[in-house]
Write a protein that binds this ligand. Structure first.
Ligand code: NIG
Ligand code: FE
Length: 383
């Protein structure tokens, strides 16, 4: 089975732009670029823009329990912590998620993943973290493994919050002794919400080191609301990525760069929380590999990577080409994936054909799904 996408006006291959070209796909893999191949199936891109499928490397779509009621509190000026203390926040969603069956969680996730795919996302990382007790964390990880999606799903275990009835030290021990051995059978990565009132640096380190013993690679929610040294911990542990980083200091960022940690920025979160954005330009100037992702969760309910690119460009001041790299090749690195994220010989044929002539239209045309066709491992899905 082979497929030719001809008449591409501009192609972004994950690194640079190529004009007036074509992509030839065989058995779901990229075979050549810009050669005049013939194929059983030919798609005419009509001079439009084509790029690799988006990789959403940080999501929390495994939950039940929407928090739309928090919006009025947010615009009244309440902080994330105040909302959590007032009955919203992670623990609200935990209660609702615990009540939901695995089947319901799967169904809700499948709907979210379907929407994301239609908006161009061909790989989705999904974290657990709204169960907190062993039974419910395993329920979520099983649901993530069982969900059916056109996109590739990558499961992560997340130590997300301290449940009622525990102090953080007791719960850290519970995570290490009870949850990690089981989570290791179901998740590729382990992540910790390293933050005041959640897990401190030392507890995060213990959890992530132990997670490695169970075969899970470390990721960290780092320096989101306070600079506690979590991004430095990411460097020390050679984590795959450190995510959020609104408060990370320069020294820690340099250490991250030296250790090869990907800086994953999640601009929709400060957008919904009315906070400052991280300094992406500084990170790019330092030579860090920057990825962007949705962080889709009940606080920040967005699965559309085109909107994240819009925020990355207008609010993080990222040049368009860097925003595109951040949503593809660098996001693949943030998931330790070598077979996706760029359009190169031998990689999986995960591509988007846009209904737009240039990459500029992604940040330019706000609020519209510009994706016309999604190609996943050589299979064609048109809108
Ligand atoms: O990455 N910061 C911690 N966790 C999520 C939010 C979870 C929630 O508010 O439900 C995040 O933004
Ligand atoms: Fe998150």
């Amino acid at each position: 089975m082979d497929l030719l996408i001809k008449n591409i006006g501009i192609l972004f291959n994950g690194y640079k732009f190529i004009r007036d070209t074509s992509v030839y796909i065989e058995n779901g893999l990229i075979k050549s670029i810009g050669k005049n191949e013939r194929a059983e199936e030919v798609i005419d891109a009509n001079g439009n823009f084509v790029m690799p499928g988006f990789i959403d490397s940080h999501t929390h779509i495994a939950f039940a329990g929407y928090r739309d009621f928090e919006i009025e509190w947010k615009i009244a000026g309440l902080s994330y912590e105040e909302i959590a203390r007032g009955g919203g926040g992670i623990l609200y969603t935990v209660e609702e998620t615990r009540k939901a069956s695995k089947e319901r969680i799967i169904k809700e996730m499948e709907e979210r993943a379907r929407e994301m795919f239609m908006h161009g996302t061909t790989t989705i990382e999904v974290k657990s973290g709204y169960g907190l007790d062993k039974k419910n964390e395993i329920k979520l990880l099983e649901a993530i493994n069982e969900l059916k999606s056109n996109a590739t799903i990558i499961p992560t275990y997340l130590a997300h919050a301290i449940p009622h009835g525990y102090d953080s030290e007791e719960y850290t021990r519970y995570v290490i002794e009870e949850i990690l051995p089981e989570a290791g059978k179901l998740a590729r990565f382990a992540d910790v919400f390293c933050e005041k009132g959640y897990f401190n640096v030392e507890q995060s380190e213990r959890i992530l080191k132990e997670a490695k013993q169970h075969g899970m690679l470390p990721k960290i929610h780092a320096d989101e609301f306070s600079c506690m040294g979590c991004s430095r911990l990411a460097a020390k542990l050679k984590a795959i990525s450190a995510d959020h980083l609104l408060m990370a200091d320069d020294k820690s960022l340099m250490e991250m760069k030296k250790a090869g940690v990907i800086a994953t920025l999640l601009p929709a979160t400060p957008f919904v929380l009315n906070e400052e954005y991280p300094n992406a330009r500084k990170m790019l100037n330092m030579g860090l590999n920057v990825a962007i992702a949705t962080d889709m969760n009940p606080n920040c309910y967005v699965g559309n990577m085109q909107f994240i690119i819009q925020l990355a460009v207008y609010k993080l001041k990222m040049p368009i080409i860097d925003a595109l790299k951040a949503a593809t090749i660098n996001a693949a690195k943030a998931l330790n994936l070598k077979d996706v994220g760029s359009i190169e010989y031998g990689k999986k044929a995960d591509l988007i054909i846009f209904d737009a002539p240039s990459p500029n239209f992604i940040p330019y045309y706000i609020g519209k799904n510009l994706v016309k066709t999604v190609i996943k491992e050589g299979r064609v899905y048109s809108q």
